[in-house]
Design a protein around this ligand. Structure first.
Ligand code: 13P
Ligand code: SF4
Length: 333
């Protein structure tokens, strides 16, 4: 049997099981193609949080990483949340602990804490607002200007938000995602040289964003089609862009969905080594096994969940549009 046939067979069984157990399958844009294909909803962190909050299913199978499944469990405490492989961690979420955040808050009494959704439930419980790459600018703009902000844990997203909002009283934690931080300006420049007409779609977690945007605003670099977007923003962008080629600076798993959704356009990875091993641990056999055994489950202690939920709900109330483009696109509509 070929692997495609095996996938198809397993996918059919997973869909049947999901129906039997009244389960919804959510998958992040970075998941393996066959896992994306079996899911009911594929999206970015924000879209998946919304789907988890709104679903009427009894069971949520989260094909993503641990903090995402925790977010689903916080938003739907009455539901069973399954993470097919507990090894699906996140280097960015690991870059700040609740103890570290408490100590930081003690140094800045009265500051408003904005935590990226890529954090543990315990860190969210210490936060005033959550944000995702899709709404971080809106969240920071919603905080009164005279209030100091502690933004954690991603330094590149923080720098991007500070640049767009012009916010001066914002302190940024120096965390990073090892995958996005490793997309180097050099590898991006090489791809840009090979595809000079391509529009550039950049995730704000990327290490290359800061240099690019600074060079672009100083006029040192001509980056006409630069768009800084969440993964879902990247999914939508080709529909509105006149460009036929795109360079994609984020985790490479998104290329599958981009190519499927926009077969008439061409997508090049900024760095083909940008693969998140945590997103790839989830496989179809593990999804099947999670549904068959109702394990492994993700639960969050109620005293943490109740505080973390406030920060997530404040975020969901404020908004969820993708980050606004930082520079006019070369061939925008
Ligand atoms: P998005 O919120 O843009 O999907 O990115 C999240 C992320 O980096 C997950 O690893
Ligand atoms: Fe975490 Fe980075 Fe992987 Fe996203 S790509 S899950 S931020 S390690």
């Amino acid at each position: 049997m070929t692997s495609t046939m095996t996938h198809r067979h397993l996918a059919d069984e997973i869909r049947e099981l999901a129906q039997e157990k009244n389960a919804v399958i959510l998958a992040h844009n970075y998941e393996r193609p066959e896992v994306q294909d079996v899911a009911d909803v594929v999206g970015d962190s924000l879209g998946l949080s919304r789907a988890a909050a709104e679903t009427e299913a009894d069971v949520i199978v989260f094909c993503g990483v641990h903090f995402m499944a925790e977010t689903a469990a916080i938003l739907s405490p009455e539901k069973i949340v399954l993470l097919p492989d507990l090894g699906a961690g996140c280097s960015l979420a690991d870059s700040i602990t609740a103890d570290q955040l408490r100590a930081w808050k003690a140094e800045h009494p009265g500051a408003v804490v904005v935590s990226y959704v890529n954090t543990t439930a315990a860190v969210k419980a210490e936060s005033d607002y959550c944000c995702t790459s899709g709404n971080s600018v809106e969240i920071v703009n919603a905080i009164p200007e005279d209030r100091e902000i502690l933004f954690c844990p991603d330094q590149f997203l923080g720098a991007h938000v500070q640049r767009v909002t012009g916010r001066r009283n914002m302190h940024i934690w120096m965390g990073e995602c090892h995958v996005h931080a490793a997309i180097s300006p050099d590898s991006l420049s090489n791809v840009r040289r090979r595809h000079p007409k391509a529009e550039l779609l950049v995730h704000p977690e990327c290490g290359c964003t800061t240099g690019l945007l600074e060079a672009s605003s100083s006029g040192e670099l001509d980056v006409k089609g630069l768009q800084v977007l969440s993964t879902e923003g990247m999914m939508r962008r080709p529909r509105y862009s006149g460009a036929s080629e795109f360079i994609v600076a984020t985790e490479v798993g998104i290329l599958y969905r981009l190519r499927k959704a926009h077969p008439e356009k061409t997508f090049f990875p900024a760095d083909e080594r940008a693969s998140c091993r945590f997103m790839k641990v989830t496989t179809l056999p593990k999804v099947w096994s999670a549904l068959a055994t109702m394990e492994p489950r993700i639960t969050v202690p109620p005293e943490i969940a109740d505080r973390a939920r406030l920060a997530i709900e404040r975020m969901l109330e404020i908004g969820g549009s993708p980050i606004a483009p930082c520079a006019p696109a070369a061939s925008a509509e």
